[in-house]
Design a protein. Sequence first.
Length: 151
Amino acid sequence: MIKIITVGYIKENYLKEAVEEYKKRIGKYTNIEIIELKDEGLVEEEKSIKLEAEKIEKHLNDKDYIITLEIEGKEYTSTEFAEKLRTIQIENSNIVFIIGGSHGLSEQIKNKAKIHLSFSKMTFPHQLFRVLLLEQIYRAYKIMNHEKYHK
């Protein structure tokens, strides 16, 4: 199972449609769940990160293989990411991706991660990034199953 815990809600319909489409596609390979949490960005940065961490932790358990999305994380090619996902799934049935809020993730959450993943040193809107993550997960499954899609 893949679980994506994300801080913030998607407001634009075209992004909601893209999320639903990739969830449907990924659903052919594994169960997928997306948990949206309120972004506390309007309060002081430190307090915001702490409040969001508390919410995130409520959705984690000891069996989860946690991957945090961080600008400082390790970058992979799509093929490397697919191989990493394949090897993780051999021993872990629950893979959890965590996307932080506008101020990022707390050290407490980062310390729980086995992988710190970055897609780029660039900053992306959180709503759009969710679609990018889903697309890469879908692409990884296509690669793992030797199906036509990846170029």
